[in-house]
Design a binder for this molecule. Structure first.
Ligand code: FAD
Ligand code: DHB
Length: 390
């Protein structure tokens, strides 16, 4: 089998790229190890930047997001028993939308299949070949059969644990990494929203985040040991911990309900460069990871594929490779900005066991500054809603 662009991974990066290429008349095949049911049920991110919403709308797949997603014009920072509002729209003129990543995935899969797009689910043994040449290929197994997909380009959108990044020569790659000494415990709850806006809370016992999914389902997170076991956390223990971390002096109360999903995610910052080698290009988590505090992971995956779609369009329309050649350099500018912001917001809001009393005072001073200086709040807001696309 052959195609123009072979895409490895049906996450937000791979599916959106396939959709954007289709709109430009470029053919692609997506190879995915998991089933459609699994990718459509995996609970991950929830915050879409304005630029992400814009691209979903402009490419014709934003209808359900517009109906079911909720636009948020601000969020709250809670610390020292008080809540402080960051007014995103007043400070930046922009907003974010809360709409779950797996809903974006459902919309993208539906759009690709409706356009006869090819997504091969439940493939295995994916391997990349000849990426140094103009005729790269990918071998894999599907329904027990060994297959080969020949393409002009291979795009690795297969996440942090995929096979694409390791297919690049290690001698030419540089990885930058920080692993944090904590994780996030995430829960989904049957309950009405506790707050109209997200609450990011800093407490001596650790960070907590109140987010939402719908009028009936809420998403909450709290800082935990990355090696903790969800089975050690009864519902009572979870609510008790969240209530302690979110306690405040203004009478605000967390609304509890039945917890129907629990998971723990590790936290790391990671960038692998270059993001390309020969005819192989990486996008999204395959090339970089941010800790989730700034809600940037999904949005960065979208901005990478936006660049790639544009560069591939230029190549097929004119034969010019300049935009493809510049991909790593262009993408990394936005990626490193998001890496810094995500690290900064993580450092601002989490408790670090090893922090000295001096460092703890610095953290509190930074929080006080962000909620009392318009300039500092604007810098936070501008990064949170996402910088304009180049
Ligand atoms: P992914 O979504 O990881 O998609 C990669 C796809 O490739 C997957 O479907 C995978 O099955 C497939 N794949 C892997 N290996 C192969 C292979 N060899 N062959 C074929 N296919 C393969 N961000 C936030 O902002 N907030 C959050 O709360 C948040 N929570 C997260 C929780 C978890 C458990 C994880 C892993 C990430 C979370 N993120 C969060 C980050 C955000 O979800 C990611 O940045 C986003 O999913 C990146 O999209 P992607 O398409 O690059 O990669
Ligand atoms: C959600 C995830 C985040 O990482 C974040 O910063 C805000 C909200 C969420 O899943 O709702």
């Amino acid at each position: 089998m052959s195609t123009q662009v072979a895409i490895i991974g049906a996450g937000p990066a791979g599916l959106l790229l396939s959709h954007l290429l289709h709109l430009q008349g470029i053919e692609s095949v997506v190879l995915e190890t998991r089933s459609r049911v699994e990718i459509e049920a995996t609970i991950r991110a929830g915050v879409l930047e304005q630029g992400t919403m814009d691209i979903l709308n402009q490419s014709g797949i934003g209808a359900r997001m517009q109906r079911e997603g909720v636009v948020h014009h601000g969020f709250e920072l809670a610390f020292g028993g008080q809540r402080h509002r960051i007014d995103l729209t007043e400070l930046t003129g922009r907003a974010i939308t809360v709409y779950a990543q797996h809903e974006v995935i459902k919309d993208l899969v539906a759009a690709r299949l409706a356009a006869d797009g090819q997504i091969m689910f439940e493939v295995s043994d994916v391997a990349l070949h000849q990426i140094d040449t103009d005729t790269p290929s990918v071998t894999y197994r599907h329904a027990g059969e060994a297959r080969r997909l020949e393409a002009d380009f291979v795009i690795g959108c297969d996440g942090f644990h995929g096979v694409s990044r390791p297919a690049m020569p290690t001698s030419q790659r540089q990885d930058f990494q920080r692993i944090y000494p904590f994780g996030w415990f995430g829960i989904l709850v049957d309950a009405p929203p506790s707050s109209d806006e997200l609450i990011y809370a800093r407490h001596e016992r650790g960070f907590a985040l109140v987010s939402t999914r719908s009028p009936q389902v809420q998403r909450l997170y709290f800082q935990c040991d990355p090696n903790d076991d969800v089975n050690q956390w009864s519902d009572d223990r979870i609510w008790s911990e969240l209530n302690m971390r979110l306690a405040n002096h203004d009478g605000w109360q967390l609304k509890e309900g039945k917890i129907f999903q629990k998971n723990i995610i590790g936290m790391r910052s990671f960038v692998s460069t270059p993001m390309q080698h020969g005819r192989l290009f990486l996008a999204g988590d395959a090339a970089h990871i941010v800790p989730p505090t700034g809600a940037k992971g999904l949005n960065l995956a979208v901005s990478d594929v936006r660049l790639l779609a544009r560069a591939l369009d230029r190549f097929y329309a004119t034969g010019k490779q300049d935009a493809l050649n510049d991909y790593t350099e262009t993408a990394l500018k936005r990626i490193w900005r998001a890496e810094h912001f995500s690290w900064w917001m993580t450092s601002l809001l989490h408790t670090f066991k090893e922090a000295s009393p001096f460092e703890q005072q610095l953290q509190r001073a930074e929080l006080d500054y962000v909620v009392s200086s318009r300039a500092a709040a604007t810098a936070l807001a501008e990064n949170y809603v996402g910088l304009a696309f180049a």
